[in-house]
Design a protein around this ligand. Structure first.
Ligand code: MN
Length: 259
């Protein structure tokens, strides 16, 4: 099995390498990621300037790693177009520092990088953990690994693109794994104004709205202590069948405890 790993927090992000350590137990891993943090860069693709690829000395033994002076989407396009020999079985993006819920997916570089893999015909998975919770990164890495294995084993192969978010809990307290939909009107967007001398400046502020009453959304799931698995798709006909989605999460928690 071959897995392409990328992110939007940059090639030196802790979450990326915790993820790679786990994935390399089940697959050949190649890492291609931006050389700096580009969170909230969305789907941006660099078309007006050339890009450079730098091969890194291995950070994890036997794992090829490259940094790109471009966006998360650029990283996946370059990886699949130039760096990966043959096809990949799964594209995994993350582990992002901070959850990507509801409307976040439209500005998230993490989700956008996975989208590029999906658009090119590969199964793709974006995974995010709560900000500042290192323990959760380790659980997330195992979740991503179990899901990548399940996705690769799906027969016949299914077009699949998952956005996965971890609850802010220790493993023993995670309630379950839920297939969810994106929360709508998930954020409150405001602008804060300030002055620096005569110069006015503005801060764009985003705040997540709790949506605990609206069942089956990603926000509801993580607030109820679940791992949220949201299938994303670009056309209705590509919505993965229920039995495939259910097979992804049915014994996930049990497997986490066993491992
Ligand atoms: Mn990020």
């Amino acid at each position: 099995m071959k897995i392409l790993v990328t992110n939007d927090d940059g090639i030196l992000s802790e979450g990326l390498w915790i993820l790679v350590q786990e994935l390399k137990n089940i697959a050949d891993v190649i890492v291609v990621a931006p050389d700096r943090e580009l969170s909230a860069i969305g789907t941006a693709v660099t078309l007006r300037q050339p890009l450079r690829i730098q091969e890194l000395r291995p950070i994890v033994p036997e794992v090829e790693a490259y940094s790109i002076d471009g966006t998360p989407s650029d990283s996946v396009i370059l990886a699949l177009g130039k760096l990966v020999r043959g096809k990949v079985d799964v594209v995994v993006s993350g582990i992002n520092r901070g959850l990507n819920l509801g409307e976040d997916v439209h500005i998230s570089g993490t989700v956008s990088a996975a989208l590029q893999g999906y658009l090119r015909g590969f199964p793709a998975l974006a995974i995010s953990a709560p900000y500042g919770n290192e323990h959760s990164l380790h659980i997330a890495a195992r979740v991503a690994t179990l899901l990548a294995e399940k996705i690769a084993a799906t027969s016949p192969p299914t077009r699949i693109f998952l956005n996965v978010n971890m609850p802010d809990l220790p493993l023993a307290e995670i309630a379950g794994a839920k297939i969810t939909r994106l929360a709508r009107e998930s954020h409150l967007n405001t602008v804060e104004e300030g002055n620096r001398g005569r110069q006015k400046y503005y801060w764009l502020l985003r705040q997540r709205i709790s949506e605990a009453t609206d069942n089956n959304t990603d926000i509801w799931a993580v607030e109820q202590g679940n791992i949220s698995i949201t299938p994303l798709y670009t056309s209705r006909s590509d919505k993965p069948p229920h039995h495939v989605l259910n097979s992804l999460c049915s014994d996930l928690i049990q497997q986490l405890h066993n491992g």
